[in-house]
Design a protein around this ligand. Sequence first.
Ligand SMILES: NC(=O)c1ccc[n+]([C@@H]2O[C@H](COP(=O)([O-])OP(=O)(O)OC[C@H]3O[C@@H](n4cnc5c(N)ncnc54)[C@H](O)[C@@H]3O)[C@@H](O)[C@H]2O)c1
Ligand SMILES: O=C(O)C(=O)C[C@@H](O)[C@H](O)[C@H](O)COP(=O)(O)O
Ligand SMILES: [Zn+2]
Length: 359
Amino acid sequence: MHVVNVKTPSGEYPIHIASGRLDQIARSVPADASAIVLVTNPSIDALYGERVRTALSHLSCTVQTVLLPDGEGHKDFSSLNQVFDAMLQARYDRRAIIVALGGGVIGDMAGFAAAIYMRGIRFVQVPTTLLAQVDSSVGGKTAVNHPLGKNMIGAFHQPVAVEIDTDVLDTLPQREISAGLAEVIKYGLIMDAGFFAWCESNVAGLVGRDPSILSEAIRRSCEFKAEVVGEDERESGRRAILNLGHTFGHAIEAGLGYGQWLHGEAVGCGLIMAAELSNRVCGLPESDVRRVRDLVGAIGCPVVAPGLDGQEHWISLMKGDKKAESGQIKFVLMPRIGRAVVQPVDPGALREVLATCCE
Ligand SMILES: NC(=O)c1ccc[n+]([C@@H]2O[C@H](COP(=O)([O-])OP(=O)(O)OC[C@H]3O[C@@H](n4cnc5c(N)ncnc54)[C@H](O)[C@@H]3O)[C@@H](O)[C@H]2O)c1
Ligand SMILES: O=C(O)C(=O)C[C@@H](O)[C@H](O)[C@H](O)COP(=O)(O)O
Ligand SMILES: [Zn+2]
């Protein structure tokens, strides 16, 4: 088993990565839990719910399952309220523990529910998609979407543990593997050129789900994310680099309607757009832009962005980005592969990128 520790000012917690972790998750539930609320969706429940409930049955408290509707289109307050309705009806107190079993949508919503139920209770992340294992289950960003922007309503709230069972990836559709890989290659682009080159060399194993290559990608990704979050838990500085490709990606998700493109697909395409922008404003070589485009294509993500009713609409969507200050959009850029900076850009360069990248 690999263990990666996350150390933040608001607490320290382990990420356990191994085959078979679903059967061990009771060990990560705090011993003083008064009840467990297993938050998941019907598809994941059908695959893994019973196994997780069996694992949790060794504890002496009740386990209640709350099934939320599946999909990015349901990452909203109405789903969140279903968690609160169930918990308040059962009169769960502040020692109740939420267990989030699912992808990033479930993890972000269950985490947000934990952040605000009775002003904050503890929760455990049990990520079941590649994207959730390499990114969303770590670092404590929790949120729901708003029609006017991605993850606009949320809170920072760290889990008490992250339990990654690499076996659950066996049932994941291929499109979701591709989406998760976009966030994996992001770490190489922002932090480690050697890791980006490793992704290029191992792309067949990554896409083909070679277990040892995927496990390596998960472990390295968790280490990268733990390092950044440990340094800047609440995104007052360096953490913003984890947003590479997201100013474009979030505009695609909101502009097309949540759930049309997967988050990771939008981020993958956004990485290419960020590379094109970096080429124009901070000197990323043309050959490196090509490497980004080729790798995004090779992992199976889209390489051409949607038109979204024109540049004005694109720009208006991006102005809502959380990194914007006084109406000025800021982008994560790469002066070279393996290094990231965050800065506003020349509007002309941005328009050129939209013209180059959109259909
Ligand atoms: N908090 C963060 O730091 C952070 C980071 C990245 C992404 N996110 C958020 O994560 C969300 C995307 O997460 P996602 O890509 O995991 O999508 P998702 O949660 O929608 O899951 C994708 C699909 O896979 C299904 N599924 C999950 N596990 C499965 C399994 N093992 N086998 C078969 N099917 C399975 C789900 O039911 C769903 O239909 C977005 O909302 C994004 O904003 C958050
Ligand atoms: O953890 C972070 O910080 C990230 O930015 C990771 C991203 O992959 C993730 O999609 C995040 O939810 C985006 O953050 P947001 O603040 O732009 O919503
Ligand atoms: Zn993301």
